[in-house]
Design a protein around this ligand. Structure first.
Ligand SMILES: Cc1cc2nc3c(=O)[nH]c(=O)nc-3n(C[C@H](O)[C@H](O)[C@H](O)COP(=O)(O)OP(=O)(O)OC[C@H]3O[C@@H](n4cnc5c(N)ncnc54)[C@H](O)[C@@H]3O)c2cc1C
Length: 428
């Protein structure tokens, strides 16, 4: 990938050194092989090793170069769907368990950071879903009603309160979910890797899993290191970066690009006018923008980007325009970082857990809110690997369903994004 025309993410690396790379120098035999060293893979590996399993993580890039180190660091509890929809859709028992799981995904992140004393900047002052239409306000009211009925620490905001918290004029209202917040996602990924290594997980970076073969009751993973890893179970945690390793998996996802910009550090005076209490925000547009402040006082703003890889700084220009529309006082402030990564969407907007064959698990599709979701999912996947009890998994295991005419669908998504942007423009 050519990185010359865009800069690295704004996120600081932790002071503590990441775990030493442990190359696969000879054939190995472990309880669990994890393909992909993002939050999902590392959280699963850590939880499995805590249970006494021997674990090997195989990561094609460097740690943090997948979505987990590139994201916006917004810790957003819940799923795209509200609790009552989950119960209606999945039935009382499974739907309630899923809503409970979704309610706790932000806790999984903040609890780990705090109990393990991870070197990760974090602010838990909530996530705001800012509403720019009356329809969005009505959706926020409904969401608020449903989560409050379950005892969640959430509150509805009127237009004035939303303006005070965001620093943006023009929202009609919003919804503050105090369970959420912000973290430095790169530091969290690297610190989780360090934690995993401390309990015995061996992590190889720059090594691609290139093939999977049944071996007795387990699996053999072929790698680009030329050595194999044989395991009782394999978790393929490649998400939006999935390749052909698991047949059909990549084609079951719509990988979108999320682009981000970060300003130069802002003066204290300027910072006081933008998110003065440190919340994270996603707006309610069809093609939403999301923003927060970084630990060093920059505005970090993200949104959808072009479907193919960026070619020049101009490919981030729409975000700069969105930023000035929200915060006119930022006109003329330098943009010091531009970067992007892949987000995996699914046609039903739900994450999917697949087990195409016994002992081979793949999880993908977190719709841009995987920081909490994937961290929380790790211990559940480790439980399932240990006991094989489907009740451990929050989502039912589903077959991999490749999207028909996948390549064309991506062109369609590009056109849809342009159309939605136009509709959003009319509503401004
Ligand atoms: C720009 C951006 C902004 C986002 N903002 C937010 C946000 O603010 N809040 C939020 O909750 N979510 C956000 N997300 C989504 C979130 O980052 C992801 O849902 C989450 O990080 C997924 O974690 P993961 O471990 O499943 O996948 P990843 O972190 O992508 O890890 C998958 C890894 O698999 C590796 N891999 C792929 N194939 C192979 C192979 N064959 N062999 C070995 N390794 C392989 C890849 O190199 C990659 O490192 C954002 C995503 C992006 C891209």
């Amino acid at each position: 990938m050519n990185r010359s025309h865009f800069s690295r993410p704004v996120w600081r690396r932790p002071d503590r050194a990441p775990p030493p790379d442990q190359p696969i120098a000879a054939p190995e035999r472990v309880d669990l092989a994890v393909v992909g060293g993002g939050l999902q893979g590392l959280s699963t590996a850590y939880a499995a090793a805590c249970k006494g399993m021997s674990v090997r993580v195989i990561e094609a890039l460097a740690l943090g170069e997948g979505a987990s180190g590139l994201n916006g660091g917004q810790v957003i509890p819940g799923l795209k769907y509200d609790p009552e929809w989950l119960v209606e859709h999945f039935g009382e028992a499974r739907g309630t368990a899923l809503a409970d799981f979704a309610a706790g995904t932000a806790d999984a992140v903040f609890d780990l950071i705090e109990t393990e004393g991870l070197d990760v900047e974090h602010v838990r002052s909530g996530w705001i879903n800012a509403a720019h239409t009356h329809t969005a306000v009505a959706a926020a009211e409904e969401r608020n009603r449903q989560w409050r009925a379950r005892g969640a620490d959430v509150v509805l905001l009127n237009g004035e309160e939303t303006a005070l918290l965001t620093g943006v004029n023009g929202y009609l209202g919003g919804w503050l979910d105090r369970r959420g917040g912000t973290i430095n996602p790169l530091a969290f990924t690297l610190e989780l890797a360090r934690l995993a290594a401390e309990v015995g997980v061996r992590i190889a970076t720059g090594v691609r899993a290139t093939g999977l073969r049944r071996e007795g009751t387990g699996w053999q993973v072929e790698t680009s290191a030329g050595q194999t890893v044989t395991a009782r179970a394999v978790v393929v945690a490649t998400n939006a970066y999935s390749d052909a390793l698991v047949p059909g998996l990549a084609r079951s996802l719509v990988p979108l690009h999320s682009f981000q910009i970060a300003t130069a550090p802002l003066s204290d005076q300027m910072q006081a006018t933008i998110l003065p209490h440190g919340q994270a925000v996603s707006d309610s547009r069809r093609i939403l923008v999301y923003y927060r402040k970084s630990p060093d006082g920059r505005l970090v703003l993200g949104g959808r980007g072009r479907m193919s890889e960026p070619r020049s700084e101009k490919d981030w220009a729409h975000l700069q325009l969105a930023m000035i529309r929200l915060f006119p006082q930022l006109e003329g402030v330098a943009i010091e970082h531009r970067w992007f990564g892949r987000v995996a969407m699914t046609p039903d907007h739900l994450p999917h857990i697949h087990e195409p064959e016994k002992g081979l698990l793949a999880v993908a599709g977190c719709q841009g809110r995987g920081v909490g979701l994937m961290t929380a999912l790790g211990p559940r996947l480790a439980d399932y690997v240990e006991h094989g009890d489907p009740a451990a998994l929050p989502f039912p295991v589903s077959p991999i369903r490749p999207i028909p005419l996948h390549g064309l669908r991506q062109i369609g998504v590009g056109a849809m994004i342009a159309w939605y942007r136009m509709l959003d423009g009319f509503e401004d």
